[in-house]
Design a protein around this ligand. Structure first.
Ligand SMILES: [Zn+2]
Length: 599
């Protein structure tokens, strides 16, 4: 037998000396690709198959048909992709890279119920080492061992035999596999189409295409946006009552604190005892129905300070300066104090500092500070602004660590831990749920402590003062099998998008605005969102710019006519920094272009 077939095979090979004998050991390259495709389609997509199995409409026979059709189609698509893209030189490293990709994304999908989409990936790409440390867990180790180390070791050691005319064969396999996949998808079209329509999250669970898609979208989007010139913001900004001393405002940008667990919002547990006590003393308003712009920090924080609102921000094609630029252009002193992984570009053009830099060595441990540091940093932050700026009004922004997970327990000083025992593992699903909630609720008490502390500090400052707080997004604590945040907005649960929002105004400020408190109380019960932040802050700061929509301020209609007035005299404009005058020449044209881009 060997003699019969050896002749023709050898005849096809270019030279006898370099030709492998027919009996050369090792895998046919295409067979090895099929093994990899089978692993990726089955084990590599465990989260997809498990979520399919959990769907209520999946009766046993229906599940089997779906698994066969979808599983078969996925295997064939993977085979086609591998056959197209994986050539001999890259075979081993690409295989290992794919194993790592699907093992890591599967681990996070299974552990936290997340899906892999462009915004989640954006979040991952901007995660700092501190946050990565919080995510490391023994289960991740097990996933890497079973999903990468063992199969990767096997994959790397497999001998592959040389095959003649590999290029046309591999290309042929790609075409055949793709056609077969299309046939399977066509056979199950009705069923699979309605499945994907009803459960849009499933498409973000298909490994490794979810990661590849997210990377491509991310790269495309950021490259396009990065090419755009930065559009100036608020070149016309000025304080409406330039002669009167401006207020001292503290804006607190919260992190991962959801409305559902905020004591002031009616949560059964008292997670905001200090704020509740202050509430009785007047001047405080809790907004009970507020939606975040995004479900992750990368989206929500810049969106919050953008004039575009959620819809405009998500569809933006241009880069704009933001609220802080407008406030600074109006001549106010602006300072950003950071206690998290950065301001996401919002504070690029205003003074900013890390809390740890302003209060060295107090409540910071190993470079990580609890939010008490923000409170302690307030006097130092104020000192960094000139007396002239402070006379025109001051806006200090505190960017919290808040309830950032999964290591919630790290966010609360021991003295504030009211609920025990706490989950101290990064693998939240391994802790009893009460312990996860305990640790989370304690972190809300740390936010309560910070906000109440800011109010007390503001009370001790002269003149009109105010606080505005909102969290960037919410958090899932095991509801519907979900943990953390970052679900695509369209199907994110309420836990991730409903956030607490709070306003406190000093008696002087309330008096100056002739505030109708009943009107504000009524507004506080109606729906609001991050979209209201930009106009509300401008309203509080009494800054007028054409970029604002005063009607969207949460104070709209609740303040006296004097407060709503337009700039009184041209002298007010002279309060603006010199840069504004330089910009003034070409801003009109720029603004028209920018608005065209937005609308
Ligand atoms: Zn966040």
């Amino acid at each position: 037998m060997a003699g019969l077939s050896t002749g023709p095979v050898h005849a096809m090979l270019p030279t006898r000396s370099s030709a492998a004998p027919l009996t050369a050991p090792g895998w046919h390259p295409l067979a090895l690709l099929a093994v990899l495709a089978a692993w990726l389609a089955s084990v590599g997509n465990l989260p997809l198959w498990l979520s399919l199995g959990r769907l209520p409409e999946m009766t046993a026979p229906h599940l089997v048909t779906t698994l066969v059709l979808l599983g078969g189609a996925l295997f064939l698509m993977l085979l086609a992709t591998l056959a197209l893209l994986v050539w001999p030189r890259w075979r081993k490293p690409v295989g290992v890279l794919l194993l790592v990709t699907v093992a890591v994304s599967s681990h996070f999908m299974l552990s936290y119920g997340i899906v892999v989409d462009p915004t989640m990936l954006d979040n991952v790409l901007h995660t700092d080492t501190r946050e990565v440390r919080d995510l490391l867990s023994p289960t991740l180790g097990v996933a890497l061992l079973l999903g990468v180390a063992l199969p990767g070791w096997w994959w790397w050691r497999q001998p592959v035999r040389p095959v003649a005319r590999l290029l046309p064969r591999q290309a042929g396999l790609a075409v055949l596999a793709l056609l077969a996949a299309l046939v399977l998808l066509w056979l199950g079209f009705q069923d699979l189409a309605s499945l994907m329509r009803n459960h849009k999250d499933l498409r973000y669970r298909v490994n490794p295409y979810n990661t590849v898609y997210a990377l491509a979208r991310q790269a495309h989007g950021s490259v396009n946006l990065a090419r755009q010139p930065l559009q100036p913001m608020g070149e016309d900004a000025m304080r409406t009552h330039g002669a009167v001393p401006g207020p001292l405002l503290v804006l607190v940008v919260g992190e991962t604190t959801r409305a559902a667990n905020f004591g002031l919002g009616g949560y059964a547990r008292d997670t905001t005892p200090q704020l509740k006590a202050l509430m009785g003393e007047g001047g405080m308003t809790y907004f009970s129905d507020v939606r975040s712009c995004g479900t992750n920090t990368e989206t929500s924080v810049p969106c919050l300070f953008s004039h575009l609102g959620r819809e405009g921000y998500m569809a933006r094609t241009q880069r704009h300066e933001n609220l802080l630029d407008a406030l600074q252009r109006a001549g106010m002193g602006v300072m950003w104090v950071e206690n998290q992984s950065g301001c996401k570009g919002v504070c690029d053009r205003v003074p900013h500092a890390d809390a740890s830099e302003l209060v060295p060595g107090t409540v910071c441990d190993g470079g990580e500070c609890q939010d008490t540091a923000l409170l302690q940093a307030l006097p130092a932050a104020l000192q960094r602004l000139t007396p002239e700026q402070r006379a025109r009004g001051t806006v200090l922004v505190l960017h919290q660590m808040g309830s950032h997970g999964p290591a919630y327990y790290k966010r609360t000083p021991a003295a504030l831990k009211a609920f025990t025992p706490e989950c101290t593992s990064a693998a939240l699903q391994d802790c009893p749920r009460e312990q996860v909630v305990n640790a989370y609720d304690n972190s809300v008490r740390a936010t309560d402590d910070l906000l109440a502390g800011v109010v007390r500090w503001l009370r001790s400052q002269p003149g009109a003062t105010g606080l505005l707080y909102v969290s960037d997004h919410g958090e899932s604590l095991g509801e519907k099998g979900l943990y953390l945040h970052g679900m695509p907005y369209a199907f994110a649960p309420d836990e991730q998008t409903r956030v607490p929002m709070l306003m406190w105004l000093s008696p002087t400020l309330r008096q100056a605005m002739a505030l109708d408190e009943g009107c504000l109380r009524a507004r506080a019960g109606r729906p609001a969102s991050h979209d209201n932040w930009f106009p509300t802050v401008l309203d509080l700061a009494q800054v007028h710019t054409r970029w604002s929509t005063p009607g969207a301020s949460l104070l709209a209609g609740c303040t006296g006519p004097a407060w709503q007035g337009r700039p009184a005299s041209p002298q007010d404009a002279s309060a603006a920094p010199e840069a504004d005058v330089r910009l003034a020449g070409f801003v009109d044209e720029r603004r028209a272009q920018a608005l065209d881009g937005v609308r």
